[in-house]
Design a protein around this ligand. Structure first.
Ligand SMILES: [Zn+2]
Length: 510
């Protein structure tokens, strides 16, 4: 090789390098401008907080909402589009179809505005079952930056007992305000979660955010709002940290009893009525025992307070869990059924919903496609851990209802039931979304019973002590995080890498 050739080569290399640098600059500028085919995003858009200003019009059963979402673009690319969820169209449609005789025709909700603070009006389109709002931002949010999105919404409140609705009783009105607040859709690496609204189960966000809430309601109403709250002259102010969802119950024939257990303030809301004292007493017993048993066997509760709220869901549903607040179906202890009022069933409901504070509120999961992760673990806490552990509750419910079998007999019943259920689980997996359910199967068979039986089988394989360790480690590892089925499987393999465990995992998990 001679010198001139080398010089020529250097020139070519220099020209090539210049080209590469120029291309890199052009690419970076283009991406900053939000280029369409930018490299796939990695990371997620995180909802940091929601400031919600709510007005309850109890005359017309209407709720006005102004919700300010602060989000952070934790991806590596500028953010030009976000997805929000507003479940009110699906809730009202469901109420019109399933509670038609309660006068839910013609009820609707209206999205008043979506604004990006400090930017021009974004373009908004509704998709899916009407619950997905795709928002094209007028001003891109740079990687690592935050933005504020304001959402104005007005919605009729359907006549319905659970989730989102109002119920009129002789004594007054009771409002369940949940599933009705707009929120940022879950997302990962540029893909937005588009699970539909699902009334037999849930499809809520797993994202942890702080909440600052004000609710204006008539002065006669007692308001249970998640987090730390106080009400003065019809204005409730509440603050909550690190919650995946938010819920409120407002009622003008409700009262509250406050006590402390395991260092947690319990606001025990009960309805004024003939059986209020029986309800209040049982609710307190179950709460104290549940906190003692779950704290000892699983781990600490994550918030400072819990609202336990008696609601009237009729005789079909048990209750509903939200972070820091549970709705308990206390119909039996309001309308009254039989001399024992169904004390055991009520105890099961209360401990189940409290159990969700550990599995759902603390350890998050996709409730739609992997509902077993919260329902299965919570069913284990309810049916096996709570109902089979000696406690004041267990003594009390046997005092008032002589038909409830003693603990030893109940344990035997549970084990027989597990045996039968295992046969029933042949041919279906527990970690499938509702739209993949095999024909002839009802939603819940996999999530509640299947998940529960799976854990019982794991328990008998690992032995009582190792299983207890597994449960504590699972809680500790995924507390304030989101767990998936594969995470549970991986942890179980750590406890037992043998073929029997593999067989179990293959049998129950897809
Ligand atoms: Zn549940």
């Amino acid at each position: 090789m001679n010198e001139s050739m080398v010089k020529g080569k250097r020139k070519i290399i220099f020209a090539l390098l210049t080209l590469i640098v120029l291309a890199a600059i052009v690419f970076a500028v283009w991406r900053l401008a939000g280029g369409k085919d930018a490299a796939p995003q990695t990371g997620r858009v995180d909802a940091l907080s929601y400031v919600m200003e709510l007005k309850l019009d109890a005359e017309n059963d209407r709720l006005s909402e102004t919700v300010t979402l602060e989000l952070k673009n934790d991806t590596d690319s500028p953010l030009t589009e976000i997805c929000l969820r507003d479940m009110t169209p699906a809730l009202l449609k469901y109420a019109a179809e399933h509670h038609a005789d309660e006068g839910n025709e013609g009820k609707g909700s209206e999205l008043l505005f979506v604004r990006q603070r400090g930017a021009a009006e974004p373009r908004v389109s509704r998709e899916l079952d009407g619950t997905l709002l795709r928002v094209a931002l007028a001003s891109a949010v740079p990687a690592g930056a935050t933005a504020e999105i304001e959402i104005g919404l007005q919605t009729d409140i359907p006549n319905r007992q659970d989730r989102f609705g109002v119920q009129v009783r002789e004594q007054g009105k009771i409002y369940s305000l949940s599933f009705c607040f707009p929120y940022l859709a879950d997302n990962e690496n540029g893909v937005w979660n588009t699970d539909p609204f699902f009334d037999d189960g849930e499809s809520r966000s797993t994202d942890l955010a702080d909440y600052r809430v004000t609710l204006e309601a008539p002065e006669s109403f007692v308001v249970a709002a998640a987090g730390e709250s106080r009400t003065e002259s019809g204005r409730t102010e509440a603050e909550a940290r690190q919650m995946r969802d938010y819920a409120i119950v407002a009622c003008d024939f409700m009262d509250v009893d406050i006590f402390e257990t395991e260092g947690v303030r319990i606001n025990n809301y009960y309805l004024k009525g003939a059986y209020a004292e029986q309800y209040r007493r049982l609710s307190e017993l179950v709460t104290r025992d549940s906190f003692r048993i779950f704290t000892e066997n699983v781990g600490s509760y994550i918030y400072d307070e819990l609202d336990i709220v008696q609601c009237l869901f009729g005789y079909a549903f048990g209750g509903m869990e939200y972070p820091g607040l549970v709705m308990i179906n206390g119909t039996s202890h309001y309308d009254g059924v039989g001399p024992e009022l169904g004390a055991q069933t009520l105890a099961e409901v209360i401990t189940h919903e409290i159990g969700h504070q550990w599995f759902y509120a603390a350890v998050g999961n996709n409730e739609y496609s992997e509902g077993w992760l919260d329902e299965g673990f919570t069913s284990y806490l309810e049916r096996y851990m709570f109902m089979l552990t000696p406690s004041e509750t267990n003594d009390y419910i046997r005092q008032i209802d002589r038909d409830i079998p003693p603990l030893e007999a109940l344990q035997k019943d549970m084990e027989d039931y597990a045996e039968v259920m295992r046969g029933e689980m042949d041919g279906m997996y527990i970690n499938i979304p509702p739209d993949e359910y095999p024909e002839g199967r009802a939603y819940g068979e996999g999530e509640y019973d299947g998940g529960y039986i799976f854990l019982l089988e794991v328990r008998s394989l690992l032995g009582e002590e190792r299983f207890a360790e597994f449960l504590r480690e699972y809680y500790r590892t995924y507390c304030l995080k989101v767990a998936g089925t594969e995470d549970v499987a991986a942890l179980l393999r750590k406890y037992d890498g043998g073929s029997a465990m593999e067989e179990l995992l293959r049998f129950y998990l897809k």
